[in-house]
Design a protein around this ligand. Sequence first.
Ligand SMILES: Cc1cc2nc3c(=O)[nH]c(=O)nc-3n(C[C@H](O)[C@H](O)[C@H](O)COP(=O)(O)OP(=O)(O)OC[C@H]3O[C@@H](n4cnc5c(N)ncnc54)[C@H](O)[C@@H]3O)c2cc1C
Length: 283
Amino acid sequence: MSRNHPVRLTVVRTEQVAPSMRRIVLGGDDFDAFESAYRGMREPYTDAYGKLVFLADGHDYPDPLDLEVVQQTMPQEAWPVLRTYTIRWVDAEARELAIDFVIHGIDGGEGVAGPWAARAEPGDVIHLRGPNGGYVPDTTADLLLFVGDEAGFPAIAASLEALPAGVRALALVEVDGPDDEIAVTSAADVQVRWLHRGDAVAGTTTLLDDAVRALDWPAGRVQAFVHGESALLKSVRPHLLDERGIARADISVSAYWRRGTTEEGFRAWKSQQSDAVMRPGTP
Ligand SMILES: Cc1cc2nc3c(=O)[nH]c(=O)nc-3n(C[C@H](O)[C@H](O)[C@H](O)COP(=O)(O)OP(=O)(O)OC[C@H]3O[C@@H](n4cnc5c(N)ncnc54)[C@H](O)[C@@H]3O)c2cc1C
């Protein structure tokens, strides 16, 4: 697998893990190629993300898929749409990996990846490029603080699960309501505090920002992971840096989506915001 050669995976089963979150379990002949790349990048990261490749209907693509050949030989309307997703877990023995999709919009009706996940059935095919590494927790910190919404939760959950005993972690997670709370198990001392937005639209509340500001700040060194809608970063990051005095190197921030903008529009916006993505390896 390389940048231009995504792996071809097949939907094995789907699970509604919460009203707004659907897990798609993938496998198939290319699983081994994926797993070998995953094993190669896994250390020292606790989360991993890849690009899902959505092909346009009505076109014959090279098999195996080669994105460079597609760009060089096919009309622009056939160029695939790419969407970034966290690999929630990998089970090498069962030869499966899972991705948790936020089903956003009415019936998943806006976007490409959300609607695809809402409709996915066993046997459907999807290509995946990557994975790449994300976050490296510093287990010597006195507290690992995680802040995110549903889109950031798969990365938060994967990281919490990977933490060793003796580490203290607090996660502040915004979801629609109590039914959207998803259990996480960890050897570490982990507390997940759920914030319910109720009828408010995702990406419009200040719940996470308010919760971070209201925290009874612990003594010692805090490492922070803040991943979610773009407005969250804009408010929380300056607070952590300027008011809490967290060192820049101890903050991992990543905007995962932007309200009202597709991932393409969002990528263009990100590239204009030189300070929007502050950590190496972030797409
Ligand atoms: C490193 C990384 C890891 C990510 N991991 C995950 C993951 O594991 N699971 C996950 O669900 N998302 C994840 N995301 C976010 C995901 O890539 C975006 O939400 C993406 O825009 C979804 O694509 P789409 O085709 O469904 O919608 P788009 O076509 O990109 O957008 C269509 C419309 O939907 C809105 N929209 C997009 N995402 C959301 C959302 N989450 N809630 C409400 N409205 C939304 C947009 O603002 C836009 O108006 C991750 C992003 C990054 C950068």
